[in-house]
Design a protein around this ligand. Structure first.
Ligand SMILES: [Zn+2]
Length: 291
């Protein structure tokens, strides 16, 4: 079985022909051998260049394929604009309607902004994992952190009940102990140096997980193949398969993270037990079961 914890609907590019509707998403899943997909809203944040994919859109689409699709909800931490905002009316409603997590959280805010910590804490109280994107660029979208990810560490310590699923270029650049400053929002290549913040935090905080999705996750796990296999083996309980395909035209081509997991399986580089955890068991453990 294969569960994708990171899929999208709606439109990322201005080009309307790239609009991903639910039938296109299901066709991609069928082509890539994916049984179930978590579908992530994005439009609650004004930063996202994403259109027509808020929580309501996601719930409506998932209702058409309840056996295949798993909805997440999204709440902007600036809603109410105070660190004591009570989001329970939203969480109660979204849980009752079947949402199993929060994300993709990507406001352009410091990772441990008090308004974010408040949202993470409440998500944890409702048993919802928080899937986030981290990008260091001043413009655009994505949570921000410094070298070594001290703000993420603050959140992990501050919200021990909350599962965090890490994603995005800055998160994954920190897999290495050496992060060239100009590549912190990019796709660093070459050997991974020991002492990276991501392995350190994964060892130290049981509430941190990560997905394999997108160029960022796939690059981090394949740039240094021997390190990648060791990393996946050590953190086999914490890594979740994901795609992050955002375009209609992705159908008809191979998807990099699907190829990576298939290659690992074909080459028997990881145990069957480790592969099953990454492919689906970890997702089932972390996703909130519908009431
Ligand atoms: Zn995404």
């Amino acid at each position: 079985m294969l569960i994708d914890v990171h899929s999208h609907l709606g439109r990322v590019l201005p080009d309307r022909r790239e609009y991903v509707d639910v039938t296109n998403l299901i066709a991609k899943m069928d082509a890539w051998g994916i049984d179930h997909s978590v579908v992530l809203p994005l439009s609650e944040h004004p930063e996202g260049a994403y259109l027509e994919c808020d929580t309501e859109d996601i719930l409506a689409a998932c209702a058409r394929y309840p056996d295949r699709l798993i909805p997440f909800c999204l709440i902007d931490p600036r809603y109410g604009n105070r660190a004591t905002m009570d989001f329970s009316h939203l969480f109660e409603e979204y849980l009752a309607r079947g949402c199993q997590g929060l994300g993709e959280l990507l406001p352009k805010m410091e990772f441990d902004d008090p308004r974010c910590l408040n949202l993470y804490r409440q998500a944890g109280r409702y048993g919802l994992p928080v899937l986030f994107d981290m990008q260091d660029r001043p413009e655009g979208y994505g949570l921000r952190d410094e070298f070594g990810l001290p703000r993420l560490e603050h959140a992990l310590r501050h919200c021990p009940e909350t599962f965090f699923i890490g994603h995005g270029p800055t998160f994954w650049a920190e897999i290495s102990g050496v992060v060239p400053p100009d590549q912190r929002s990019g796709y660093p290549s070459g050997p991974v140096a020991p002492g990276g913040a991501v392995p350190r935090l994964l060892r130290q905080y049981p509430n941190l997980l990560a997905d394999t999705s997108a160029g960022s996750g796939n690059n981090a796990l394949t740039r240094d193949p021997a390190f990648g296999v060791e990393f996946l083996d050590e953190f086999q309980d914490r890594i979740l398969f994901g795609t992050d395909s955002c375009l209609r035209s992705d159908l008809g081509r191979d998807w990099m993270t699907v190829t990576t997991i298939r290659d690992l399986r074909a080459q028997r580089k990881l145990s069957e037990a480790a592969l099953e955890k990454i492919e689906w068991r970890n997702a089932l453990r972390v996703l909130r079961r519908p009431r």
